[in-house]
Ligand binder design. Structure first.
Ligand SMILES: [Zn+2]
Length: 315
């Protein structure tokens, strides 16, 4: 049975018809309209266009924000003017069939679990390192959503008591120490300090400010200042992973998002910090740490598969 997955991002809506093995049959992509009514119209048009004449089992829609445990209502979306939006009911009324709604990080994590880096384990934690830090938990072969649907917000796991202020209103969240934005801050601090930060300081002076492409390029070139910033990031992510292990005991941690392209350069400090912070070290079986495999398609593939799972469990 084919299913449609739609991933509503801050700048674009991506959609695809996805087969049972996670393969993309056909896909589409449009800019995200700012007006919520036009956004709903764009999602409907994309579903109808992708469906064509085919029989489609279900539609899964993923968006950033809190989704209720019934996979129906988007309580809150940070990038869209939707509050307590009954998205599932609205879309089902317009396109027919079954539509389920999920958090975008959950959809991406589920895709990795089913078809990517997590497919050989039963318990997995994924951290997506983009501008912020997204999270997904699979426990006992099932996606963990929490009692209200707002669980697995791993970016707001606190790693530094009274640490840096976070957009969520708290302080010291891993999002402030392990995100792409944090990497740029750390690179800026290393540039300010001179020494190994000279190349970063030069690039900043030439380009006005440091961005992901500049720091990523310097990491790839082996610049010691940029690599040191990445190692600081990895340190905090490893410390967070140790706390997560104490609660969830996953066999595998998967790191996705743009920063994870650094691969081993990121994973090595993560492993080191993990062991340093692990409670009862030496008595705890060690999980492995890998990078995500599905990259940009994970959101649509996971959304489609979660819709398929919903239909299978409610048939
Ligand atoms: Zn936070």
């Amino acid at each position: 049975m084919h299913a449609i997955g739609i991933d509503i991002g801050g700048t674009k809506i991506a959609g695809a018809v996805v087969d049972e093995l996670g393969g993309i049959v056909r896909s589409d992509r449009v800019p995200t309209p700012a007006d919520p009514r036009l956004l709903e119209d764009a999602v409907v048009a994309m579903i109808e266009g992708l469906r064509g004449g085919d029989e489609i089992g279900a539609v899964g829609v993923a968006a950033a924000g809190f989704v209720d445990a019934a996979q129906s209502t988007l309580y809150y979306a940070p990038n869209i003017d939707w509050r307590n939006e009954p998205l599932r009911a609205k879309l089902e009324a317009r396109v027919g069939g079954t539509v389920v709604v999920d958090n975008d990080a959950n959809a991406a994590g589920w895709a990795e679990f089913r078809f990517g880096a997590g497919r050989l384990v039963s318990d997995m934690v994924m951290l997506t390192i983009g501008t912020g830090v997204g999270g997904a938990i699979v426990a006992g072969d099932r996606l963990f959503r929490g009692g209200f649907g707002a669980g697995a917000e791993l970016g707001h796991l606190r790693v530094v008591p009274d640490g840096l202020a976070c957009g969520c209103g708290q302080r010291g969240c891993i999002e402030q120490y392990g995100s792409g934005r944090a990497l740029l801050r750390m690179a800026g601090e290393i540039a300010d300090a001179g020494g190994i930060g000279q190349a970063l300081a030069r690039a900043r002076a030439e380009r006005g400010e440091l961005d992901g492409a500049i720091v990523g390029g310097l990491i790839e070139a082996g610049d010691p200042g940029a690599v040191a910033a990445l190692r600081q990031l990895g340190h905090w992510l490893g410390a967070a992973a140790a706390s997560l292990s104490a609660v969830l005991d996953p066999q595998r941690f998967v790191f996705g998002g743009g920063v994870a392209i650094a691969g081993e350069l990121l994973l090595e400090p993560i492993r080191e910090a993990y062991l340093e912070h692990l409670p009862a070290r030496g008595y705890h079986p060690e999980p492995d740490f890998v990078v995500a495999e599905l990259q940009n398609d994970a959101g649509v593939v996971g959304a489609a598969d979660l819709a398929r799972v919903w239909v299978a469990e409610h048939a």
